[in-house]
Design a protein around this ligand. Structure first.
Ligand code: G
Ligand code: G
Ligand code: MN
Ligand code: NA
Length: 250
């Protein structure tokens, strides 16, 4: 298809871009890291969402080349940040069924010179479900190398709690579906409270995603969420704007 060909060309031409969204410590608003988010604007097709082109690259079998371009750009940007903030990078389902994934990713950051301890990988429950044995092995290899792993979109997939028992994660990201309803319904508040308490017991860090205003930030802090992310703290921005954002703070 036209879209697939355009994407293949953009990857070869290094034109797929990566933006960064801050993740903050809710206690003092300090930036602790950034999530890398893929962005692609084609000359003819215009803006294409990663929710469209990431699955396309997976289906058509070139997710590895897409991920490599993105991780290279992201790791490179992270090296120029004024502090040793972590870089959080999304892994797709197809990458978690490929036993060469850990070697590939570690080799990319090693070439660029990014300390594996600054890298964090976000995986979703759905991705883990696809082939749990291989996924578990990949996660174990990455963690052995010092990379941290977080469970993304927590609460929206299936068998969330089983995954937490079977896998070793470092962090849980509470899906913004809960955060966005925190002011409107008490149920979301109770769910977040339960997730936070469970994560304390399992010694997992908690990130609340999609914080859009001050009152949500206050509520999440009161519920004991350690970390937060969302438009209230910063929208995803390109590498240059991210450097400016950091220069204003540090
Ligand atoms: O940034 P935005 O809300 O448009 O992202 C839409 C979806 O695409 C989100 O679920 C996000 O996790 C996913 N996504 C964004 N960037 C990447 C990436 O680099 N790799 C993978 N696998 N998914 C990404
Ligand atoms: O699936 P994942 O959690 O990786 O998706 C992250 C996506 O959520 C990013 O594409 C980002 O653009 C989007 N996002 C980040 N913060 C906010 C927010 O405060 N509100 C909304 N509506 N979307 C957000
Ligand atoms: Mn994510
Ligand atoms: Na998420």
């Amino acid at each position: 298809t036209q879209l697939e060909q355009a994407l293949r060309n953009a990857i070869i031409a290094n034109e797929v871009d990566v933006h960064f969204q801050p993740i903050v410590d809710l206690r003092n608003d300090a930036v602790v890291g950034f999530e890398a988010l893929a962005r692609w604007c084609d000359a003819d097709l215009g803006y294409v969402s990663p929710a469209v082109f990431v699955p396309l690259a997976e289906e058509r079998g070139f997710i590895d080349s897409l991920a490599e371009v993105l991780l290279r750009k992201a790791a490179h940007a992270a090296l120029s940040w004024p502090k040793e903030l972590f870089l959080s990078f999304n892994l797709s389902s197809a990458q978690l069924t490929d036993p060469t994934t850990s070697r590939r990713l570690l080799s990319i950051i090693s070439q660029i010179g990014l300390d594996p301890r600054r890298l964090e990988l976000e995986i979703t429950e759905t991705a883990v479900m696809a082939d749990a044995d291989i996924a578990q092995k990949i996660v174990a290899e990455l963690r052995a190398a010092g990379v941290r792993v977080s469970l993304d979109d927590f609460g929206t997939g299936q068998s969330s709690l089983g995954r937490l028992r079977d896998f070793s994660f470092d962090k849980v990201k509470i899906d913004r579906a809960f955060v966005s309803r925190i002011s409107a319904d008490r149920a979301s508040e109770h769910i977040i409270k339960a997730i936070v308490s469970m994560c304390e017991g399992l010694e997992l860090e908690v990130v609340a995603e999609g914080i859009e205003d001050f009152s949500e930030a206050l509520k999440l802090k009161a519920l004991g969420c350690g970390l937060g992310q969302g438009y209230f703290y910063g929208k995803p921005a390109d590498a240059v704007a991210t450097m400016r954002y950091l220069a204003d703070r540090y």
